[in-house]
Ligand binder design. Structure first.
Ligand code: ADQ
Length: 448
């Protein structure tokens, strides 16, 4: 169960599978087990019966226009999202959006309670549905319930701001297994349960009345094999060359790929690049920065502000540092298909991933999966979940602009020998812990 069903409308009554890691990970598991996926189908104010797609049974949960605004854009994305990402933007605390969050979570819990067979396994995904585990347990104590949080879980000192902190923690504790991206998230949660609710724990097991709730880290990953074979196809290799030519064949192509989100540190990396140009450490024409940003949450105020600010920043860099016919930053506020994305990864000498806080960051892992030529450098923020595993990346603190500049230059100037040594080790990690393994390990832990 997730906020969204794994499909998007392709026509009035036709659907296509949505892109993205979660869908790729869970769809095969669901197909094998003949399970059902419960989630919103994406159209407000529309009632829709269950339907099948791609070997999966899909159960739409309706949301009204006002619930999309209050539960999704409001409580999920203007309260929980910034709060869980170190308060990098101020969270909005509103009783109205909280009420909507509770109502919608109750609806999801009821849908699961009606659908699940006796003793079935229910896997609840992400921050939009944190109350569901306890609500569902109350309705159906026979079920085995797992919960996975895709975003960071903050330290107690930040989480405690939330006026409904107790309700959220009690909601999560309705699960048998609560999964986080990083061990740090799991220990934040255990500490919170002790401090807020006075619950005892032994290692990673929390005692809740007569039940035990297990807490652990399951770092999510990508479909390594899919990316690895995609970039071996001639049309992808050809397109990667074409991209470099279109950029004017610079010595170095730097790339950023993100949802346009204030947690991703897009402004910081552009500032570092701008200063490098400004002070002459790199010359326009020597390096091109390509920033791809998928439009995201465009009705939430902070995102409107961010979009304006990035627009202005790119305009300034190109205006002040560019020449006729030469723009140092290529900024695309668009979504791209898998093929084009893979070609971009292959065309980029330096992949710049600098979130201020990120649950995992799949872009970093996708880049690695695409570099079977053992070339390419990954500049990675220590505040991304991926930093736990990808130790051979060029690590940065994105708040430290001087450090970021130094590391971007180091990555640009690294020797082929150093790059291939690092990339080999990074690829070993992502190839071993791919997304299939993530899903299997979570479910095995839940069922054991
Ligand atoms: P996101 O915050 O969305 O995910 P990320 O993990 O980087 O961040 O995943 C983004 C996905 O969207 C990637 O698969 C990427 O290829 C794709 N994408 C990004 N820009 C795109 C573009 N312009 N066109 C097409 N595709 C694009 C949340 C958490 C993360 C966590 C994931 C999975 O915030 O920390 O890693 O869930 O758990």
């Amino acid at each position: 169960m997730a906020n969204r069903l794994p499909v998007d409308r392709a026509g009035e009554d036709t659907w296509r599978r949505s892109p993205g890691g979660l869908v790729t990970a869970i769809a095969p598991v669901l197909q094998r087990r003949e399970g059902a996926w419960i989630g919103w189908h994406g159209a407000p104010d529309e009632q829709l019966g269950p339907f099948d797609h791609d070997g999966m049974h899909l159960i739409p949960v309706p949301l009204s226009e006002s619930e999309v605004e209050l539960y999704y854009e409001g409580f999920s994305n203007a309260t929980l999202w910034p709060l869980y990402h170190d308060v990098v933007a101020p969270p909005v605390y509103s009783r109205t959006t909280w009420e909507a969050y509770r109502t919608v979570n109750e609806r999801f819990a009821r849908a699961a309670a009606e659908e699940a067979a006796e003793n079935a396994v229910v896997w609840v995904q992400d921050y939009q549905l944190q109350l569901v585990p306890a609500m569902l347990r109350k309705l159906r104590p026979d079920l085995r319930i797992g919960f996975f949080l895709h975003i960071p879980f903050p330290p107690v000192e930040l989480f405690s701001q939330l006026p409904w902190r107790k309700e959220i923690v009690e909601g999560l504790l309705g699960a048998d297994l609560v999964g986080f991206q990083r061990p740090g998230g799991a220990s934040n949660f255990i500490r919170l349960c002790r401090i807020l609710l006075g619950l005892q724990h032994q290692k990673n097991e929390i005692q809740v009345d007569d039940r035990v709730v297990r807490v652990a880290a399951f770092p999510i990953s990508v479909d390594f094999g899919e990316f690895d074979s995609l970039v071996r196809e001639p049309h992808i290799i050809e397109r990667a060359k074409e991209i470099r030519a279109e950029l004017g064949d610079p010595e170095c192509v730097l790339l950023g790929v993100d949802r346009l989100d204030y947690t991703k540190g897009i402004g910081q990396r552009l500032k570092a690049f701008e200063e490098l140009l400004c002070e002459g450490s790199i010359k326009a024409g020597e390096a091109a920065f390509v920033q791809i940003a998928t439009p995201s949450r465009e009705r939430v105020e902070e995102y409107v502000r961010l979009r304006d600010s990035i627009d202005r920043q790119v305009g300034r860099i190109n205006g002040e540092q560019g020449e006729l016919g030469l723009q140092p930053v290529q900024y695309m506020h668009q979504s791209y298909g898998r093929d084009e994305l893979a070609s971009l990864y292959l065309a980029a000498d330096v992949m710049v991933v600098t979130p201020l806080r990120d649950g995992m960051n799949l872009v970093a892992k996708e880049y690695i999966a695409c570099r079977n030529d053992l070339r390419g450098a990954l500049v990675l923020s220590e505040f991304a979940g991926a930093a736990d595993e990808l130790r051979q990346a060029f690590m940065v603190n994105p708040y430290d602009i001087d450090g970021l500049k130094r590391m971007m230059l180091t990555a640009m100037r690294a020797t082929p020998h150093d790059l291939s040594r690092r990339m080999r080790s990074l690829r070993r990690r992502v190839a071993t812990y791919d997304v299939d393994r993530w899903a299997k390990e979570f479910l095995a832990a839940l069922e054991s």
